[in-house]
Design a protein around this ligand. Structure first.
Ligand code: NOJ
Length: 709
């Protein structure tokens, strides 16, 4: 009742303001509204817009407590510091962690901010919804990006973006720290699974599609702001170590790392997050070269540049390029950071900015410019008009999209090796034994950034179909399915499905310098292959894993499932039992040994051929290409399903300048679904500038053509 009264008062107050204040007039252009509002703001209020605080700072007793919102801290952060945006870093969820509780929490925060803001400026609320609204228990968890990369199908990131935006908005969240636009150039890196793989064209198309899905045709009350992150070079850390220096040439920076950011910005991404690491020794957060010359000058970006978590302070404490915190703040803002993800000490940050401006060490115009960008986004999102979420709609929106998640997971699964007899499981495998804890524990299939930052915490549960659940759903009548955590001495089965993988992890904790499988998982595979029964290995991992030859070569089939999300178990089961012919193709090179990486296909590695090449992926049917033709605008090829079952297939076209010996690079891709015996002409567009040279030789599979006008 009191809340309703408050809402009515707020509405009345803003209607009154609208009559006098042009910034509340929705008929005016955003630029004019921003200018009007900015003119009315004090320096302190503007600085608040540059400040982002983790919600846990406002909860409970301290910054790591998830208790109820604490009035003392609401007052300090929102009323006194005028903080303009909040975030839930991984795991910063309300208790209980339900969709309704999220909506209530963000509404309470928004209401507090609005009632305590002289000019009624709403807050922006950000999260990492990197595979669905993944912080919320029960949410639909989509496959992580690396698996979506294997689909070579932009409809997935587009539609997943749309569903995720609706889920976020239904819980009062307006800013998504996604999509990741980093290049997955080194599989040892803990964030490899957050990328779309190693190819810049693939990543660019997927990033652009995801941005379009999240933001819709234009930002508004039904969409969220996307963030292309982490600008730039983050995907090539030395030694594959998270946040290590990236040693890259300017040709690599421009040719490999830049395209996905450029594509995301062309698609309209409203915000950019900065790389926590350094590029050739210069921390990205202090680099005017990257954040101003490249991002603003060359790319023409006009939105918000946000720091990563505590990274302004880290210029002093980690990178040690700033002698004091005040210097760190000056360097970051001067380089081009607009919003600092502080994330705890609001006063420390705001007082440093105020002091810098008052002492003339930072031009006041820089604060105005950054605050204007934040305000512009708030207007574009319709936040001044619709600051609240409807808690009653939250649950339906957060749990939507399970069919989409299932289709995406199915299409991602990549059959790496097959003896041609064991899969699909059928008549010959009347008794199947599923082995391994990961078959019935969803943690590995969900991966990191799921409820907790490091993945689903041990004491939490969220809805997911495990591989064992999925197999039970599809097992044909008259055949037997059993489960065992370990490999029995003499397995009484016609085939063993052994589920192995990595535990869920995120960021530096997920670095894997040897690309090794956990010892217990490898032992399971070894024992299984020693049993003499056909063994199907299903791998749940966000990167290529090196399995010793003595084990790998004895597998009957090797299935890469990536981190397939909440519907992943059903998707794996559909592939194993042949309801779906596998069609995923590797979005990265699978090395023979960890010592060979980094070795993306377009930059041949240190030694030897890969175990599985970029684009590798088997099927239960066969496809043949004919009539390849290429102009500068398109590649045309006829694809035929020459096998016995229906299947979908991604066609990848590669090009290299004529006469060059450099590796041919992916220039375009597309997908067909074909019944046995069916063929179809596929035309794949070549956007302007995609070809490496005017005269190129193009290949699709074994067919070659040269471009003609
Ligand atoms: C740190 C991560 O690097 C970044 O990707 C994420 O968006 C922020 N934390 C916020 O959780």
């Amino acid at each position: 009742m009191r809340k309703t009264l408050l809402m009515a008062l707020l509405l009345a107050a803003s209607t009154a303001l609208a009559q006098t204040h042009p910034y509340l007039d929705t008929r005016l252009p955003v630029e004019q509204r921003v200018q009007d509002l900015l003119n009315r703001m004090t320096l302190e209020e503007k600085v608040g817009q540059l400040t982002q605080i983790n919600v846990q700072r406002l909860m409970g007793r301290d910054e790591w407590d998830r208790g109820p919102l604490n009035p003392e801290w609401l007052d300090r952060i929102l009323a006194k510091q005028h903080v303009g945006s909040l975030l839930s870093g991984g795991g910063a969820a309300p208790q209980p962690n339900t969709p309704e509780a999220w909506a209530r929490m963000t509404n309470d925060l928004q209401r507090y901010a609005l009632t305590h803001s002289r000019l009624k400026i709403p807050i922006l609320y950000g999260v990492d919804a990197v595979h669905g609204h993944n912080n919320v228990i029960g949410a639909t968890m989509f496959p992580h990006n690396i698996g979506l990369g294997a689909t070579f199908d932009t409809k997935f990131p587009h539609q997943i973006g749309e569903v995720t935006a609706r889920a976020l908005r239904a819980t009062g969240i307006t800013w998504n720290f996604a999509p990741d636009a980093d290049m997955g150039r080194d599989p040892r890196w803990g964030r490899f699974y957050e990328t779309w793989g190693e190819d810049p064209v693939l990543a660019s198309e997927m990033v652009a599609a995801n941005v379009r899905g999240l933001q819709g045709p234009a930002l508004g009350p039904d969409s969220v702001a996307a963030t292309v992150k982490h600008f730039i070079g983050y995907g090539s850390p030395v030694g594959g170590k998270d946040r290590a220096d990236a040693r890259i040439t300017s040709a690599q920076l421009r040719g490999v790392h830049l395209p996905p950011f450029q594509a995301g910005l062309t698609a309209g991404a409203a915000t950019v997050m900065v790389n926590s690491g350094s590029v050739n020794g210069v921390p990205a957060h202090a680099s005017g070269e990257l954040l101003t010359n490249l991002l603003r000058g060359d790319l023409g970006f006009r939105g918000i540049t946000v720091s990563d978590w505590e990274d302004v302070r880290k210029l002093q404490t980690v990178h040690k390029v700033a002698p004091t915190y005040r210097d760190a703040v000056r360097m970051a803002l001067a380089a081009g950071v607009d919003v600092s993800m502080v994330p705890h000490d609001a006063e420390g940050f705001t007082s440093a900015v105020l002091d810098l401006v008052k002492s003339g060490d930072l031009p006041a115009g820089r604060v105005d410019e950054a605050a204007a960008r934040v305000l512009a986004l708030k207007f574009r999102l319709g936040l001044f008009e619709q600051p609240f979420a409807d808690a009653q709609k939250a649950s339906a929106a957060v749990t939507a999209g399970t069919d989409l998640a299932l289709r995406a997971a199915r299409q991602s699964i990549t059959l790496l090796a097959s003896d041609g007899r064991t899969l699909p499981l059928g008549e010959r495998a009347r008794r199947v034994l599923v082995v391994g804890e990961r078959a019935r524990d969803p943690r590995s299939q969900l991966g990191g950034w799921t409820i907790g930052w490091q993945g689903l915490p041990k004491n939490e549960d969220t809805r997911a179909i495990t591989i064992l659940d999925g197999m039970k759903q599809v097992v044909p009548k008259g055949t037997q399915l059993r489960y065992s955590a370990g490999v029995p001495g003499q397995p009484d089965a016609d085939a063993l499905v052994v589920v192995v993988g990595e535990p869920p992890h995120a960021e530096g904790e997920a670095d894997n310098p040897t690309l090794a499988l956990p010892a217990a998982d490898l032992a399971l595979l070894r024992e299984a292959t020693a049993s003499g029964k056909p063994v199907v290995a299903v791998l749940l991992a966000g990167r290529p894993i090196v399995i010793p030859d003595d084990v790998r070569t004895r597998l009957a089939a090797f299935v890469m499932a990536y981190l397939p999300g909440s519907e992943g178990g059903r998707a794996v089961a559909d592939v194993l039992y042949g309801n779906t012919s596998p069609s995923g193709r590797l979005p990265f090179t699978w090395p023979m040994a960890a010592a060979h990486v980094p070795a993306p296909y377009d930059e041949p590695g240190r030694s030897g051929a890969p175990l599985y090449a970029f684009g590798h992926g088997l099927s239960y049917t066969t496809f043949a290409y004919r009539d390849l033709r290429a102009t500068r605008d398109a590649v045309t090829v006829t694809v035929a399903n020459t096998g016995r079952v229906a299947g979908s297939h991604s066609v990848l076209a590669f090009a290299r300048p004529q006469g060059s010996t450099s590796p041919a690079r992916l220039v375009t891709f597309g997908r067909v679904v074909l019944q046995p015996g069916e063929s179809r002409v596929l035309t794949l567009a070549l956007p302007l500038g995609r070809l490496p040279a005017p005269n190129v030789s193009i290949h699709v599979g074994d067919l070659h053509a040269t471009t003609i006008d």
